[in-house]
Write a protein that binds this ligand. Structure first.
Ligand SMILES: [Zn+2]
Ligand SMILES: [Zn+2]
Length: 240
């Protein structure tokens, strides 16, 4: 058995301390990156919902068509807030391809920042964005399609549910679904007891036309694939 001299022992423990500090720094940086990017996701949710899903853009009209013409047309701020026909469950979740379309470019940017600046943001960032996306989809699904799940009895869910129901009654307020932080920043937050000005309380303009043509317009193969993906997600969500 070899015995270390005191100098070797000191050098060894100094090396251990440096390595431990480095690991701690990586964990703290990853935690900070997760929190910052989770907050960014809140802003992204708000921006996407307010200006793309509620604003008709010339070259990106799909979010508006699906959200205003279908989701808001079916689910209102009264008893129609909940699913009344089984088929309407298809108009709660995002399309299956929207997750990669939204997360993909973000992954590329996070990778670029990590490569250029050396900050460990890629995996914590993707975890934050992925978690936020899943929370949005799951909470929104449970809000419009309640089945007496345990989560539906929690006070936080009941609060968020009431917040979103108000958005379905009045289209210019309460854009956040997961956490109403950006609503507070942009002053579109209204408490469920409701104190809003007349402009804010303008009801959702529901057009007479339907965007179901968007679904019919896809090729049969794409329509079948989209229907299969929707059924699979619906089956998964219904279990949970
Ligand atoms: Zn909306
Ligand atoms: Zn909704």
């Amino acid at each position: 058995m070899t015995k270390r001299c005191p100098a070797q022992h000191d050098a060894h423990s100094a090396g251990d301390r440096t390595q431990w500090r480095h690991q701690l720094l990586v964990i703290v940086s990853a935690g900070i990156a997760f929190v910052v990017i989770f907050l960014y996701a809140n802003l992204f949710e708000y921006t996407f919902h307010r200006w793309l899903m509620h604003g008709l853009r010339r070259y990106v009209s799909q979010p508006y068509e699906m959200h205003v013409h279908l989701h808001h047309r079916i689910f209102r701020g009264d008893h129609r807030y909940h699913v009344l026909r089984a088929d309407d469950r298809s108009f709660i979740l995002f399309e299956w391809w929207q997750a990669p379309l939204i997360l993909g470019p973000h992954a590329a940017v996070l990778w670029g920042v990590q490569a250029a600046a050396g900050w460990p943001v890629l995996w914590p960032g993707l975890a934050a964005l992925g978690l936020y996306y899943l929370l949005y989809e799951y909470l929104h699904w449970c809000m419009h399609n309640p089945t007496g799940r345990r989560i539906e009895r929690t006070s936080i869910f009941r609060y968020l549910d009431a917040h979103h129901r108000l958005h379905h009654a009045y289209w210019r307020i309460n854009f956040n679904v997961v956490l109403p932080l950006a609503d507070l920043v942009f002053r579109t937050f209204r408490a469920t007891s409701l104190r809003a000005g007349p402009r804010m309380l303008r009801r959702e303009p529901v057009t007479t036309g339907s965007a179901r043509h968007l679904l019919r317009a896809t090729s049969p193969a794409r329509a079948h694939f989209a229907a299969a993906m929707t059924s699979a997600r619906r089956a998964f969500m219904t279990r949970w």
